[in-house]
Write a new protein. Structure first.
Length: 165
C-alpha cells in the first residue's frame, strides 16, 4: 500500500512540530517553521516524487530552515563613539616628540648614537665603524644614553619606551 503525498506529509507533521519546538524560542515560531518545512517537503515531492525517505528529508529541511533563521536573526548593536577600535594617534605622537626632545638633551656623542638607532641602525659594529671607536665604547655610550633617557622620561629600571604610550 502506498501513501499519498498528503498522507506522507500529515504523518510527518507531529515529529516536525516536536523538533521545531526544540529549535525555536516560541510556540508561534515553531509552528511557522513546521508549516514552512511541510510546504517545502510537499513541493519537493510534487517536483520529484522519488524522495526515498521523506521523513529524513523533512528533518533535514527543518534544520536547514532553523539555521537560516538563526543566522539572519543575529542582533546588531548601534555603534557609539566610545566603541572605536583604533587608539588615537595623539598620545603616541606626543610621546615620540618628548623622546626626540630628550635625545636632543643628551651629550653630543650619545645623542648622535641614539639618533642613528632611532633611524634604524641597531648594529653596534656598524655604529663603531662609523664613529671610529671600539664596540665596547659604543655599548657603554648606548647604555648611559638609555639610562639617562629613562630618567628624563620618568621610566623605571629597565622599562621599555613602549610604556610611554
Amino acid at each position: 500500500m502506498t501513501l499519498t503525498q498528503a498522507e506522507l506529509v500529515s504523518d510527518i507533521l507531529p515529529r516536525l512540530r516536536a523538533r521545531a519546538r526544540r529549535l525555536s524560542r516560541t510556540h508561534d515560531e515553531a509552528e511557522e517553521l513546521t508549516q514552512e518545512t511541510a510546504l517545502r517537503v510537499w513541493q519537493a515531492m510534487r517536483r520529484d516524487g522519488s524522495i526515498k525517505a521523506p521523513d529524513r528529508y523533512a528533518m533535514i529541511t527543518l534544520h536547514n530552515l532553523a539555521r537560516s533563521r538563526w543566522r539572519s536573526r543575529h542582533e546588531t548593536e548601534e555603534l557609539a563613539d566610545d566603541m572605536a577600535q583604533t587608539a588615537p594617534a595623539a598620545p603616541a605622537r606626543i610621546a615620540c616628540a618628548e623622546l626626540r626632545a630628550a635625545i636632543a638633551r643628551l651629550p653630543s656623542d650619545q645623542a648622535d648614537l641614539m639618533g642613528l638607532v632611532l633611524a634604524g641602525e641597531s648594529s653596534p659594529r656598524v655604529l663603531a665603524a662609523r664613529h671610529g671607536v671600539p664596540v665596547g665604547t659604543i655599548m657603554s655610550r648606548l647604555a648611559r644614553a638609555r639610562a639617562k633617557l629613562r630618567a628624563d622620561m620618568g621610566l623605571e629600571g629597565q622599562a621599555s619606551v613602549v610604556e610611554l604610550l
